[in-house]
Design a protein around this ligand. Structure first.
Ligand SMILES: C[S@@+](CC[C@H](N)C(=O)[O-])C[C@H]1O[C@@H](n2cnc3c(N)ncnc32)[C@H](O)[C@@H]1O
Length: 396
């Protein structure tokens, strides 16, 4: 890894691999933002080695279980610890060695000092709004020692009242590193909506509405906002839901918006709608927290009209075991780690690989399952295009 940080040039020819996705969505600025966030996450992992006192264990070589025992850390910390170690291994600072059925990590290079100030300075030059992703990573790093020692859970640390502004700034179309998820999904959705009016759209896990703004804005630009007969804006958290509803009603005053709480671990349809299905069901960075992914996808398929599309905009790891910056945040949360596994449909918790997503959609009976853009082609050219849209439809 180059130090000081140098993102290099955006890989050439990416446009041809993006297919239906306009290349403008992944321009030079977004590229540098994504690379910068990657490096910032690695530097936080470096700093956490010191804050958690892991250096002696890493010098000798140790498994995660041994590090938990040596540090007096709670078992629930293991996923976050493993994400941290994997990140440093990927960056070339640690070697992974098989130890029986476990993995041991050992330092193979001197751990350099993090370059937070330089990275923040570069971020402010390229796009100051990327700071909201760096702020959330900082908050996660602050939570690490407390979650490790068991004095607090990740939820207590990251979902406290004082952290709400951080989440709102992160899940925002003003945050370039996050907005890419929304813009991609909005593009894929508008390309798949059937022509004509009377469209019924269900969004799950809609949060405070950043994806809804992206999609409805895109439909508006295409002159199709009037085709929407129902935008079913659903989100379990009352705080985010009310805020999202308020802002959407202000931005799209004529829209037929309904706002309600829906849990993807339970049936999706409103009983009042008996007999009507959705043309589009969509969730951005939501379906990976389904407790039983296959069951949630199956219920979504049933709630579609024949020919209707299910879209999951998702942060993805492009190779098995690859870490993504968001792991440092979400591996601290039980909702992320405590899911039912299934060798075929859900091989591990957290962010899945494109092939695993496609298989999960196919096993749930969705037709024409695909990941857009084609991340399995893109990854050979650029291994950190970490977001895509899983698409599949109910057979007509
Ligand atoms: C990553 S955020 C999504 C942000 C949102 N899509 C946006 O456009 O800003 C995940 C959302 O899923 C919601 N969520 C968590 N568990 C859920 C569940 N079981 N069913 C539905 N939504 C859930 C969370 O409350 C949160 O708002």
């Amino acid at each position: 890894m180059l130090r000081p940080f140098d993102p290099g040039e955006r890989p050439t020819g990416l446009g041809a691999w993006l297919g239906e996705i306009p290349e403008t969505l992944f321009d030079d600025r977004i590229y540098v933002c994504c690379e910068l966030v990657e490096r910032y996450a690695t530097d936080l992992a470096l700093a956490l080695v010191g804050r958690l006192g892991l250096a002696p264990a890493l010098a000798a070589g140790a498994t995660a279980e041994e590090m938990l025992a040596a540090g007096g850390f709670v078992a629930a910390f293991q996923p976050a610890l493993t994400a941290l170690l994997d990140r440093l291994a990927e960056a070339g600072y640690l070697a992974r060695q098989p130890r029986g059925r476990q993995t041991a990590w050992r330092a193979v290079a001197a751990l350099p000092a993090p370059e937070f100030a330089e990275l923040r300075r570069l971020g402010a030059t390229v796009d100051p709004r990327v700071g909201s992703t760096l702020d959330l990573l900082d908050a996660a790093a602050e939570a690490f020692p407390k979650v490790a020692s068991g004095v607090a859970t990740g939820e207590q640390e990251l979902f406290s009242a004082g952290r709400i502004a951080l989440w709102l700034a992160y899940f925002s179309n003003d945050n370039p590193a996050y907005a890419l998820n929304n813009r991609l999904t909005a593009a894929v959705a508008t390309h798949r909506l059937r022509p004509g009016d009377g469209l019924r759209i269900l969004e799950v896990g809609a949060g405070a509405g950043s994806f809804a703004h992206a999609l409805l804005g895109e439909l508006d630009r295409r002159g199709r906002l009037g085709d929407v007969a129902l935008y079913d804006f659903t989100e379990p958290s009352p705080f985010f839901r009310r805020r999202g509803e308020r802002e959407l009603r202000a931005a799209f005053p004529g829209l037929a918006l309904r706002s309600r709480a829906v849990d993807i671990d339970a049936p999706l349809a409103d009983p009042a709608d008996a007999g009507t299905g959705y043309d589009l069901i969509v969730g951005v960075n939501v379906f990976h927290v389904a407790r039983d992914l296959g069951a949630s996808l199956g219920r979504a398929r049933e709630a579609l009209v024949p020919g209707g599309w299910l879209l999951a905009g998702e942060c993805m790891r492009l190779f098995p075991g690859q870490t993504v910056p968001a792991d440092l945040v979400f591996q601290l949360l039980r909702s992320f780690t405590d899911v039912q596994l299934d060798a075929a449909a859900r091989p591990h918790h957290g962010f899945l690989e494109p092939g695993a997503w496609r298989r999960a959609f196919e096993l749930a009976g969705l037709a024409d399952a695909a990941v857009v853009p084609d991340l399995e082609r893109i990854r050979d050219r650029y291994p950190r295009f970490l977001t895509g849209v899983v698409a599949g439809r109910r057979a007509a």
